[in-house]
Write a protein that binds this ligand. Sequence first.
Ligand code: ADP
Ligand code: MG
Length: 288
Amino acid sequence: MRPDYDIAWQMTDAPDASVTVSGDTTGMSHLVVPGEIDTSHGLILYLENISVSFDGFRALNDLSLSIKTDELRCIIGPNGAGKTTMMDVVTGKTRPDTGRAFLGQTLDLTRLDEPAIAQAGVGRKFQKPTVFEHHSVWENLELACAGDKRWFRALWAILTPAMRRRIEEVLALTHLERQARVLAAQLSHGQKQRLEIGMLLMQQPQLLLLDEPAAGMTDEETAQLAELLNRLRGHCSMMVVEHDMAFVASLAGDTGLVTVMAEGRVLAEGTLDAVQRDERVIESYLGR
Ligand code: ADP
Ligand code: MG
């Protein structure tokens, strides 16, 4: 299902012959990789009327939310709003009781299991970094591809030039070039978080989910993380749950959409400035 690792890596290379471009009369054109996620309607994620109950308590209550291709969407909202549960639905960890969930136009997330959803291109970053402490940064990036059987075989053979180039590109993106040979155990918290994002990038995700990625970081680490996520624009779509408003501001800018969740649904959506002025948002979240 994944593109062959020997083809030019899409993160840095121009679309090649395996990529077709479909245009329409509005002049909008979207990349469609055959056999991959169909984003011809411009959406990477589409959630409609999703409900999830735990012992009768509605963690998600008729949630509808969609993310455009290449968008970096910030999600804010009080604890218990259902933000993590929403990500659990997207990754297949939790099945919704009702509602529709699609990756692109055609991949019904409610019919796929967790590995299939990951394979389809959804990467998830958890709060606690899960790097291989006793391996170097470089080895961590190599191992991040071990889930792919062809690559697993390649571990016994040689590192292909394409793979070497990808690792170097991810090191550059994550600003970990100088730490390539350092054991992951010796990295700072912020560097570990960036390495984990790098490991996710090795899988070429189309949609990256980050749940409170700045938690526990220093201000400097948080700023570096924001820079990294801003650099990833155009490489993949992202959905970032975060409480740190300065961090959200550095990702959303003046025009990016911010979604406010409360009580299992979307309370408001708009620019950060607009949602921060929204009375309902002030009442349920920001004002307290
Ligand atoms: P958020 O991430 O916005 O803080 P969560 O999605 O973690 O919110 O939780 C939403 C609500 O669902 C909370 O009240 C939480 O206690 C409840 N919840 C989440 N997961 C479970 C679970 N596995 N079993 C029971 N209740 C859960
Ligand atoms: Mg949460």
